[in-house]
Ligand binder design. Structure first.
Ligand code: NAG
Ligand code: NAG
Ligand code: NAG
Ligand code: NAG
Ligand code: NAG
Ligand code: NAG
Ligand code: NAG
Length: 372
């Protein structure tokens, strides 16, 4: 499985060397191409006067660039995010975004299981080449490169995102907000995206449901923990573990407003902040067409899909701890493998295996019927 996944993507693990090489060769070339370079520099200069994003990463910028003259500086590849997006993007400027930290790439890990899903799913293998992994620490970044994926290293000033963050700790909240800021920047660069948590297993190609003739006009499509039967009802609760956003000024305004509440939302995680905004009517105010996704297609452990022939994704929601999620998502993949070899006849009686570990993660003792 690993060999297959790395073989369909061409990535650059030795960026440092590459950039040094670029730098020195550009320096030479610029001597020969000086007149042309001059014109290009002038144009670049005109277009570089826009304010820089807060997220402009410092990691790959050789510090010596800034001490050289404008020639070298302007030729240097300075926008890592644009580069990463361009590599991962489909021709229609659409990408799949997932965020990982150290805790998700170690041991019997979530990232590997997530990738296994793309291997096992129907028509999902080629989607891996449009997946951009956002690594929030160095370990996760190295693991991503090792897996041969498109990787982007998100640096946030002064925060170490390494551990399994205690839910709602200060660092957890900071990580969530820096993610929102990144997604806003991705929209601003004109890319549509599916954001997916890595505890979402993709069994079928979601674009076949998200971009049909009937659904393509929606600006934003949210998965739900429990679907209330009405895909336009604001009473559905959103789950930002899987959602699809089209890039346009309405969705950019939404993300601006959302991120704008960062310092005014003590004690709330970013999903709750967005949910509150929606309940206060922000989607209507901005003219955003939103759709809530049926758990029949975008399933999860909170409300499992009854219909394995339709299911697109399975999210390990309503579950605590990475270990429990991994154990139960493995059951999902096992069930899926059995379904794939079962004659079409028998799928009516198909049932998912119970997600024991996730149920236990809430310390509910399912095997105990002693109550009277
Ligand atoms: C800037 O760099 C170019 C190319 O390396 C060089 O030709 C030029 O002399 C440099 N100018 C200054 C002021 O250092
Ligand atoms: C972009 O193209 C892919 C592949 O053709 C398609 O599946 C997807 O729906 C398109 N995305 C959008 C936003 O239309
Ligand atoms: C979608 O719309 C296009 C033209 O707008 C049409 O050619 C195509 O048949 C439609 N597809 C479906 C599945 O209705
Ligand atoms: C679904 O929800 C929308 C928005 O709340 C409402 O206008 C519509 O009547 C609902 N549809 C049904 C079938 O209940
Ligand atoms: C929205 O985007 C269009 C171009 O797609 C632009 O012409 C228009 O001015 C924008 N509107 C606002 C309110 O920013
Ligand atoms: C920020 O919080 C203060 C106090 O809680 C409140 O008065 C204010 O309206 C909030 N601002 C926004 C933009 O929600
Ligand atoms: C379904 O099962 C019946 C017997 O149980 C068999 O006769 C029939 O050929 C099967 N149909 C398919 C499509 O597998």
């Amino acid at each position: 499985m690993d060999a297959k996944i790395s073989s369909n993507s061409s990535m650059d693990s030795n960026k440092y060397n590459l950039y040094n090489y670029y730098y020195y060769s550009l320096k030479k070339i610029s001597l020969f191409l000086f007149p042309i370079a001059g014109i290009l520099i002038f144009i670049t200069y005109l277009s570089s006067t826009s304010p820089k994003s807060l997220l402009t990463p410092q990691l790959f910028q050789c510090p010596s660039f800034s001490h050289h003259n404008e020639t070298a500086k302007l030729w240097a590849p300075k926008d890592e995010l644009s580069d990463a997006l361009r590599k991962a993007s489909m021709p229609n400027k659409t990408v799949i975004i997932a965020v990982v930290n150290k805790a998700y790439v170690e041991g019997k890990n979530m990232l590997d299981l997530f990738l296994e899903g793309f291997w096992a799913g129907e028509g999902t293998r080629e989607l891996v080449s449009h997946l951009m992994i956002v690594a929030v620490d160095q370990t996760a970044y190295e693991r991503c490169l090792f897996r041969g994926l498109h990787c982007y290293r998100l640096i946030t000033d002064g925060v170490d995102f390494m551990g399994e963050k205690v839910f709602m700790s200060d660092d957890f909240i900071k990580m969530m907000w820096s993610r929102t800021l990144l997604l806003r920047d991705i929209l601003k660069k004109g890319y549509n995206f599916i954001f997916t948590d890595t505890d979402v297993i993709w069994l079928r190609n979601p674009f076949k449901v998200l971009t049909t003739n009937k659904t393509r006009d929606f600006d934003i499509q949210f998965s739900t923990d429990a679907f209330n039967g009405n895909s336009s009802s604001l009473h559905n609760s959103i789950n930002t573990g899987f959602y699809f956003v089209r890039s346009n000024n309405k969705t950019i305004s939404l993300f601006d407003k959302w991120y704008g509440l960062k310092d005014n939302s003590t004690g709330l995680k970013e999903q709750d902040v967005l949910q509150n905004m929606i309940w206060k009517g922000v989607l209507g105010d901005l003219g955003i067409k939103a759709r809530y996704l049926d758990t029949r297609f975008f399933s999860g452990f909170c409300q499992v899909s009854r219909d394995i022939r339709s299911v697109v994704t399975v999210h390990a929601n309503c579950c605590r701890f990475i270990k429990a999620k991994v154990a139960d998502l493995k059951r999902v993949l096992r069930d899926w493998a059995i379904f794939k070899v079962t004659p079409a006849n028998d799928t009516k009686i198909f049932r998912w295996s119970p997600h024991m570990d996730c149920i236990k993660s809430w310390q509910i003792n399912v095997g105990n019927n002693n109550k009277t």
